[in-house]
Design a protein around this ligand. Structure first.
Ligand SMILES: N[C@@H](CCC[C@H](N)C(=O)O)C(=O)O
Length: 293
């Protein structure tokens, strides 16, 4: 059936998304439609598509409402290849900006907007640099798999970290090595994670810590989207991995430079264990209409 899709294009530090509202959950897109929309030559061009659905109108939304009855909106996230991802740290900030822009939600400074995701409910607040999101409890995941990327001469051990979605973080020697990694190829991970993983390549700044804040630079190859200018959950995983490698004296506050800008990461204690938070900008850049058949 042919239909017209009103969409908004947005990004968080250059990680870009096509967003549309489907409150009743009656307009899911097929993987083929998502791939076509995300194509940078023949479509709109994006790293992913985000559908705003009322949690009550989506099967996956039931778990969100059971966790928090105030999680009215569900972020239905798909990568550029049409695959589903559990979470998106840049996407959720842009999603909240979109809900506010569309008049679908309100959020005063200091208040919290709970958003349903496949990783669970995530709380978003306004911050000085845009929005901040509590990515919840993180965990070490999958040990230290070997990662091979084109132009890196040897396979290196990474660190598996789950922040709602799966990541493998790899430390590189310096900026030259970071720049030379060819991320137009999918990095190989051994053993291969069943659900795949996003792979982050990280270089610590020298000094690593300035004024109590850890600093790293990162590039990423995203599962289902390829190299992107930024990945919010990847930035959080990269800061967690670097703190892990740096030892007990490492800080809980980090700034992470990615090709598309800079994001903030904070680790903080809660009653149910340590959480990781992410902060950064969220921009809406244009609106459009797509005729889909
Ligand atoms: N860019 C996102 C992550 C999007 C999902 C990821 N590609 C996956 O498959 O897990 C972010 O900002 O976190």
């Amino acid at each position: 059936m042919a239909f017209t899709l009103q969409f908004t294009k947005g990004h968080g530090t250059g990680n870009d998304f096509v967003l549309y509202a489907d409150p009743d959950g009656t307009m899911p897109l097929t993987a083929e439609q998502i791939t076509a929309i995300c194509d940078r030559h023949f479509g709109v061009g994006a790293d992913g598509v985000i559908r705003a659905v009322r949690s009550a109108n989506l099967d996956a939304g039931a778990a969100a409402l059971a966790e928090d009855e105030n999680a009215e909106w569900f972020m239905d996230y798909h990568n550029a290849d049409g695959s589903i991802a559990e979470m998106c740290g840049n996407g959720i900030r842009v999603f909240v900006r979109y809900l506010l822009d569309q008049g679908l939600a309100t959020l005063e400074s200091g208040d919290t907007l709970p958003i349903g995701t496949r990783a669970g409910v995530r709380d978003v607040q306004k911050s000085t640099n845009g929005f901040q999101v509590d990515l919840g409890r993180w965990k070490l995941d999958g040990g230290e798999p070997l990662v091979r990327a084109k132009e890196l001469k040897v396979a290196r051990p990474g660190l598996g970290i789950n922040v709602g979605n799966p990541h493998v973080v790899l430390a590189l020697a310096d900026e030259t090595e970071l720049a030379s990694a060819d991320l137009s190829y999918v990095p190989r991970i051994e053993p291969e994670p069943i659900d795949g993983a996003n792979v982050e390549f990280v270089v610590p700044h020298d000094p690593l810590v300035t004024d109590g804040v850890g600093r790293i630079t990162m590039r990423v190859h995203e599962r289902g989207s390829g190299e992107t200018l930024s990945c919010g959950t990847g930035v959080a995983a990269a800061a967690l991995a670097t703190r892990h490698w740096a030892g007990a004296a490492a800080p809980n506050q980090w700034r992470v430079d990615v090709p598309g800008g800079t994001l903030g990461v904070r680790m903080f204690a809660t009653q149910d264990g340590e959480h990781v938070g992410l902060s950064g900008p969220a921009e809406l850049v244009y609106v459009g209409t797509l005729e889909l058949g």
